[in-house]
Design a protein around this ligand. Structure first.
Ligand SMILES: *Cc1c(COP(=O)(O)O)cnc(C)c1O
Length: 243
């Protein structure tokens, strides 16, 4: 059983997060309904995820395909939840993941998008995807460089089944969120440039950027999807509550 204290702490965290989203939107002339929360549950216990879903937070993100598939089965039921894959997808996991996800944020290579497209045609699916861009050039991170993406863009537009709906990035870990601003801004500018070359039918509406430490800045720079984990679950002790 989950304690009431756990549920009310999650509700408080969520409330405070929403207030900060509202403030960031007001500062930048945006409306809060244009920014969607993807609650990142990779370190959360299943009971916490259920508590979030009960608050109406039903867009959930996992970074490992295996855990996403397991949890989508564990949480299957009358309560609607939508799963977002936000971490690296190996090509041999594409078949298993495709039917379970609403959006793949982390398409990070041509080889992967090619596999997703071929598998989707086989399964009769039209998956929605975002292309992950590694703007800071960090070697430990996955993602297209901006140059590689520009160069591959015409080819990407030719895929029949995948629907490319936008871009995703992770800012480098920095002490001040403001230092992430230029990364977020460059993602938006890259999106605008690619959308211009997409003959109208690929609006690239989504910008998935911003995490617990930098989401307010990302919203000011145009984020439509923020991926938030630790902020929602802070103050919760692991273990003891069970699932
Ligand atoms: C873990 C993770 C997040 C959430 O990070 P927090 O700092 O806990 O909010 C967002 N995006 C990706 C890709 C992640 O792996």
């Amino acid at each position: 059983m989950m304690t009431e204290r756990t549920a009310s702490r999650i509700a408080e965290n969520y409330d405070r997060f929403r207030q900060e989203v509202g403030t960031a939107c007001a500062r930048s002339g945006r409306v809060a309904s244009d920014v969607k929360l993807v609650a990142v549950t990779k370190y959360a216990e299943l009971a916490w995820v259920r508590a979030l879903a009960a608050l109406g937070v039903v867009d959930l993100g996992e970074s490992r395909p295996q855990q996403l598939c397991e949890r989508s089965e564990q949480l299957a039921g009358p309560q609607l939840v939508r799963w977002h894959l936000i971490g690296h997808l190996q090509r041999n996991k594409v078949r298993r993941v495709l039917p379970a996800v609403t959006l793949i944020h982390s398409v990070d290579s041509l080889r992967l998008i090619e596999r997703i497209d071929a598998m989707s045609q086989e399964l009769g699916l039209r998956p929605r995807v975002l292309l992950e861009v590694n703007l800071a050039g960090e070697t430990a991170k996955h993602g297209f460089s901006a140059e590689a993406l520009r160069a591959a863009w015409e080819q990407i537009l030719d895929y029949q089944a995948v629907q490319v709906e936008g871009l995703m990035t992770m800012a480098p870990k920095v002490d001040r969120p403001d230092e992430a601003r230029s990364v977020f801004r460059r993602l938006r500018e890259l999106r605008d440039a690619l959308a211009d070359r997409a003959h109208g039918d690929v609006p690239l509406a989504e910008l998935s950027m911003g995490m617990s430490g930098d989401f307010a800045t990302a919203i000011e720079e145009g984020a439509t999807l923020v991926r938030i984990g630790s902020r929602l679950f802070e103050g919760l002790p692991h273990g003891g509550d069970g699932v």
